[in-house]
Design a protein around this ligand. Structure first.
Ligand SMILES: CC(C)(COP(=O)(O)OP(=O)(O)OC[C@H]1O[C@@H](n2cnc3c(N)ncnc32)[C@H](O)[C@@H]1OP(=O)(O)O)[C@@H](O)C(=O)NCCC(=O)NCCS
Length: 313
C-alpha cells in the first residue's frame, strides 16, 4: 500500500512581529538577527488563541482538502511541545473542536521533529490496514514559553500549525523512505525550565548537532529510497536557522533554488515549521504532483526525523 498525504492545511496567526520589535527592550538588532538566523519576522498568536486553536484552523483545511469531513477521521495525532495544558492532550481538545467520532487521540512530543515523528507513526497505522484516515497536526505556540529577557532565544521562535490527512494514495506516491532517531544525552541543550516555564537553549551545541544530523539523515533517506540528489525536486528542512539549512543543503548536494525557505517569514515554529514551509511552496506553485520531496527535522531531545515523499494523492 502507498501511504501519503491525502489532504493538507496550514495556519499562521495574524500578528506579525518584526525584528525591530525586539530592539526596544533587548540589546539586539534587525541586522544581527537577519545575518545570524535568516529571520525577518515571525507570527505570534493572541492571548486567547492557544495551541489547540491553531491546530483546529489547520485541521479544518486539511480535512476539506482531502475531500473528507471530520466524521471520516479515524485517529488524531498532534505533535506539540506547547500543549494548552499538560492534559488533556491537544489531540483530545482538537477532537472536541472538530466534532469527530470518538476515535483515538494522542499527542506526540519530539519537539521540532514532532511533525516527522507523527507522520511516520501515522503511516504505520495506515499500512497495517487498521486505520484509514489519520489526521496529523504539528502545532506550537512557542511565544508562551519564550523568555523575552534572553536575547539569544527570544528572537528565534514563532507560532503556527500545519495538518495533513495521512492515508492511502495512488501507486508511486507517498512516503518512500524515512528515518527517526534521538540522543537523550543532548536533552540538556534544549529544554523547558520547570521553574520558569521558559525555554532554555545552548545555541552553539544545538547548532553543531543540527548541522551534522540534518545533512546525514537527509542523505540516508535519499539513499534508502534508491535516489540521487539530482532526483530531488525540493528540500524542505526544519526552519530553525538559515545557516543550518544551508549547510544541510550543501551536504545533500542540492541547488539553492530547490530548498524551501520560510524561516524569514515565520521564524522557528517547531512542529509547524515543515508544514508551514510546504504551504508556502504550494501557494507559490513550487510543489506539483509527483514531485520528490525530502523533509527533515531536528529538535529538543535531541531528536531528528527525515523522509522522502512523492507528492500527490
Ligand atoms: C542562536 C544562534 C543564532 C546564536 O549564534 P552563535 O553563532 O551560536 O552565537 P553565540 O551564541 O555564540 O553568541 C555570539 C554572540 O552573539 C550574542 N547574541 C546572541 N543573541 C543575540 C541577539 N539576538 N542579538 C545580538 N547579539 C546576540 C551573544 O550574546 C554572543 O555575544 P558575546 O560574544 O558578547 O558573548 C545559533 O547558536 C543558533 O541558531 N543555534 C541553533 C538554534 C536552533 O536551531 N534552535 C532550535 C532547535 S529546534
Amino acid at each position: 500500500m502507498n501511504v501519503g498525504i491525502k489532504g493538507f492545511g496550514a495556519y499562521a496567526p495574524e500578528r506579525v512581529v518584526d525584528n525591530a520589535y525586539f530592539e526596544s527592550f533587548l540589546e539586539t538588532s534587525d541586522e544581527w538577527i537577519s545575518k545570524m538566523t535568516g529571520i525577518k519576522e515571525r507570527r505570534w498568536a493572541s492571548e486567547e488563541q492557544d495551541t489547540s486553536d491553531l491546530a483546529f484552523e489547520a485541521s479544518k483545511k486539511a480535512i476539506e482538502d482531502a475531500g473528507l469531513t471530520p466524521a471520516d477521521i479515524d485517529m488524531i495525532i498532534v505533535a506539540s511541545a506547547t500543549g494548552d495544558m499538560p492534559f488533556p492532550s491537544v489531540a483530545n481538545m482538537l477532537q472536541e473542536k472538530l466534532g469527530t467520532r470518538k476515535v483515538p487521540t494522542m499527542d506526540q512530543l519530539a519537539a521540532c521533529s514532532g511533525f516527522m515523528y507523527s507522520m511516520i507513526t501515522a503511516k504505520q497505522y495506515v499500512q497495517s490496514g487498521d486505520y484509514k484516515n489519520i489526521l496529523v497536526v504539528g502545532a506550537d505556540k512557542l511565544s508562551k514559553i519564550t523568555d523575552l529577557t534572553d536575547r539569544s532565544t527570544a528572537v528565534l521562535f514563532g507560532d503556527g500549525a500545519g495538518a495533513v490527512v495521512i492515508g492511502e494514495v495512488s501507486e508511486g506516491r507517498g512516503i518512500i523512505s524515512y528515518e527517526m532517531g534521538s540522543d537523550g544525552t543532548g536533552g540538556k541543550y534544549l529544554y523547558l525550565n520547570k521553574d520558569t516555564g521558559k525555554l532554555v537553549m545552548n545555541g552553539r551545541e544545538v547548532f553543531k548537532f543540527a548541522v551534522r544530523i540534518m545533512g546525514e539523515a537527509s542523505t540516508r533517506v535519499v539513499d534508502k529510497a534508491g535516489l540521487k540528489s539530482d532526483d530531488i525536486d525540493m528540500f524542505i528542512p526544519h526552519q530553525a536557522n538559515i545557516r543550518i539549512m544551508e549547510s544541510a543543503r550543501e551536504r545533500l548536494g542540492i541547488e539553492r533554488e530547490k530548498m524551501s525557505v520560510s524561516v524569514n517569514r515565520f521564524g522557528n515554529t517547531s512542529a509547524a515549521s515543515i508544514p508551514l514551509s510546504i504551504s508556502q511552496e504550494l501557494e507559490n506553485g513550487r510543489i506539483k504532483d509527483d514531485d520528490t520531496l525530502v523533509l527533515v527535522g531536528f529538535g529538543g531531545g535531541l531528536t531528528w526525523g527525515a523522509m522522502v515523499i512523492k507528492w500527490g494523492k
